[in-house]
Design a protein around this ligand. Structure first.
Ligand code: MTE
Ligand code: MO
Length: 316
């Protein structure tokens, strides 16, 4: 395997000049932050998630839903992350000391070059955008979160998948010594999820490194996670260490656990009930009562064409 240090990649190869300049400005500002002791990846901020760390966002306002934002406190204390706990209110405390530096993300499978990226290089490789997305869990709760990240499509193009690649698979870190949930057999670890290549290339698919302008808290999938807003939350793998381009549709962790309940597509669909409950309505965290669930979570206009001609009851 060829491991190309991310540093060896010329930024002019991959970003337009204006972004290159922005990146240099960003580096200059993070250098001064480092000098002032405020931005040190190995420092104690990982230990204390209450100490919030700002990201430099270069673009906002492009994909923004008008719904009221879920309070930061709720979005970061009611979190699903089985590697730590199946209890959504327990994850924050159990992940408090989880270290996300050093961290690398490797690209494998059907690509021109198998590359490993260092997370800090990756975060600065693309201009960061803020997007306010609706977010819907298969368990019928939802949130509205301002994510910070970069389009997955930009990263996929950078990886140069070969013409044989049809799917892209995402793998979460396997670290049972640091993730108590992985010492149980609740899922087949490591957690994996996958997308069809055309889904991954859709501009709505986001690689998130932050929320509410801050570095992603551990409980929300630090240091890097997917956010696919038109699909149920479980498709959006957290704490990703590996991305693999493949020819055949991969079996994800949830499908291995229960193929009847969790399909490959997992598109939000009020008309296709989960075998044990309806998907027609949802509880918006922080609000009273329930609201109707929208087809594709309200993103039909943007992504509906990806599934034209497909039977959505069969391809759930
Ligand atoms: N590695 C990993 N990724 C994961 C999960 C998980 O348990 N492990 N849970 C998924 C589910 S079911 C949901 S709803 C979302 C929750 O994201 P949030 O807690 O940041 O809202 O993360 C998804 N990604
Ligand atoms: Mo979920």
């Amino acid at each position: 395997m060829l491991i190309k240090k991310a540093q060896a990649i010329k930024f002019s190869e991959i970003t337009e000049k204006k972004h290159y300049i922005n990146r240099r400005q960003f580096l200059a500002s993070s250098a001064s932050l480092a000098a002032s002791g405020l931005f040190i990846p190995h420092s104690d901020f990982q230990k204390d998630s209450r100490q919030r760390q700002k990201l430099t966002v270069e673009k906002r306002g492009e994909y923004v839903v008008q719904d009221r934002l879920t309070p930061y406190e709720e979005a970061t204390t009611y979190t699903n992350f089985y590697e730590f706990s199946t209890g959504k209110r327990s994850v924050k405390e159990l992940s408090r000391d989880f270290r996300t530096r050093p961290w690398s993300l490797s690209v494998e499978g059907l690509v021109e070059d198998k590359i490993t990226f260092d997370i800090d290089e990756l975060i600065h490789m693309f201009p960061l955008e803020e997007r306010i997305y609706r977010w819907r869990c298969v368990e019928a709760w939802s949130m509205v979160i301002p994510w910070v990240g970069f389009p997955l499509a930009d990263f996929v193009k950078k990886c140069q998948p070969t013409s044989k690649a049809q799917f892209v698979e995402f793998e979460t870190i396997y670290a049972p010594a640091r993730m108590p949930g992985q010492r149980t057999r609740v899922l087949d670890w490591p957690y994996t999820e996958a997308l069809r290549l055309d889904e991954a290339l859709h501009p709505l698919a986001l690689m998130a490194v932050g929320l509410y302008g801050d570095i992603l808290p551990n409980q929300n999938g630090a240091p890097i996670r997917l956010v696919i807003p038109w699909k149920y939350g479980f498709k959006s793998a957290k704490s990703i260490v590996k991305i693999r381009f493949v020819e055949k549709m991969p079996k994800s962790s949830w499908r291995k656990a229960n193929p009847r309940e969790y399909g490959f597509y997992a598109n939000v669909n009020p008309d296709v009930k989960h075998p044990r409950w309806s998907q027609a309505r949802e509880r918006r965290i922080g609000e009273e009562g329930k609201r109707p669930t929208l087809i594709f979570n309200g993103y039909a206009e943007e992504i509906g064409h990806l599934y034209s001609g497909m039977d959505l009851k069969k391809n759930y």
